[in-house]
Design a protein around this ligand. Structure first.
Ligand SMILES: Nc1ncnc2c1ncn2[C@@H]1O[C@H](COP(=O)(O)OP(=O)(O)OP(=O)(O)O)[C@@H](O)[C@H]1O
Length: 335
């Protein structure tokens, strides 16, 4: 096991004036054993970053270290990493056992040692009874567990996950998330996990890297990313529905943006006047979509409160201890 360190990592595709820079100097120190999730919208550079750590993509500038080794110029096979992909990439003609054992056979690990490692991984992943099956005889979730098993048996220093849950249905995704957490508790292998799903990021990560257009906007615990987002981008990307960002509401100075989460607003006779446009019922709660002046505002109301209806004008106030201020020019949090 090992720490993982990214220092001012840059990626350009192409050369000369036509070069397209897609990663703009990312630095992150990930201590040994930590589970870090990289999250961001499509095209923000998550996969590119992961593939550079894996050695599948060259680094244009900067340094990547695994433990005390600079790995910039090492082949993927020399980096002591194991990667789990979205499409499990299992060999269809091989049994589960052989799929898990394959990498070790290639590396000429002695046969009894292979058996010990595969049996141990199969035990952890509850695959023991499936070892003689072929991938086509497995469910999607089981195939994903085999793909993880294949990664575990290699006893890597770092695990890399590239959207491994995105082919699973919602229920299986939640279940596999729990399995990955359990696996991490048992093995403690430093992990980098890429997803575009903020729920996955919030539930799995010890710390989250939020990427925005090739820039790392924030690297912090899920709690901090939610309660102290570093930029308006993070504020609107993490949390559902997203944080309200107001430029013109009463009390907001020019050049500033006020952020307030829908769950931190409430009906209050002393509050702002809000025109209600639409009300959405979501089981135990309701979402009120309205406008304060020209700006859209979303508010969450719990069951039990008499909800307004479309067309009403209501008074809404924000919890004063839950206000977020951002600089309108840079989008950065203002302390
Ligand atoms: N081989 C390539 N040549 C040129 N540009 C590329 C190449 N691969 C990726 N890019 C560009 O780099 C940027 C980052 O891509 P990347 O695949 O890392 O994004 P991502 O965040 O993983 O997105 P997604 O969630 O859609 O997979 C994108 O703008 C993409 O178009």
């Amino acid at each position: 096991m090992a720490a993982l360190s990214l220092r001012n990592v840059i990626k350009r595709y192409g050369h000369g004036p036509k070069a397209n820079q897609v990663i703009h100097g990312v630095s992150a120190e990930i201590p040994d054993h930590e589970f870090v999730v990289i999250v961001g919208p499509s095209g923000c550079g998550k996969s590119t970053l992961l593939r550079m750590v894996a050695g599948l993509e060259e680094i244009s500038a900067g340094e990547i270290r695994i433990g005390d080794r600079v790995v910039n110029n090492l082949e993927p096979s020399e980096r002591d990493i194991a990667m789990v992909f979205q499409n499990y990439a299992l060999y269809p003609h091989m049994t589960v056992f052989d799929n898990m054992a394959y990498g070790l056979k290639i590396a000429k690990v002695p046969v009894p040692e292979i058996k010990t490692r595969v049996d141990k991984a199969a035990g952890i992943l509850e695959l023991g009874h499936l070892l003689t099956r072929k991938p086509r005889e497995l469910s999607g979730g089981q195939r994903q567990r085999v793909a993880m098993g294949r990664a575990i048996v290699r006893q890597p220093k770092v695990f890399l996950f590239d959207e491994p849950l995105s082919n699973l249905d919602a229920k299986l995704r939640a279940q596999t998330r729990l399995e990955i957490q359990k696996l991490h508790r048992e093995l403690g292998i430093t992990s980098l996990f890429v997803t575009h799903d903020q729920v996955e990021a919030m539930t799995l990560a010890e710390r989250i890297i939020v990427m925005n257009g090739g820039v790392m906007d924030q690297f912090a615990t899920p709690e901090e990313v939610y309660s102290r987002p570093a930029t308006t981008f993070v504020a609107s990307f993490i949390g559902s529905p997203p944080m309200n960002l107001l430029r013109h509401a009463p009390g907001v100075r020019p050049g500033m943006i006020l952020g307030i989460r829908p769950e931190h607003l409430s009906l209050d006779a002393n509050g702002w006047s809000v025109q209600v446009e639409h009300v959405e019922l979501l089981g135990a709660e309701r979402l009120i979509y309205g406008r304060i002046g020209e700006e859209p505002l979303i508010m969450r109301v719990d069951e039990g409160q008499a909800p307004p209806v479309a067309g009403d004008t209501v008074k809404i106030a924000a919890r004063q201890d839950k206000l977020h201020w951002f600089d309108a020019g840079s989008g950065k949090r203002s302390p």
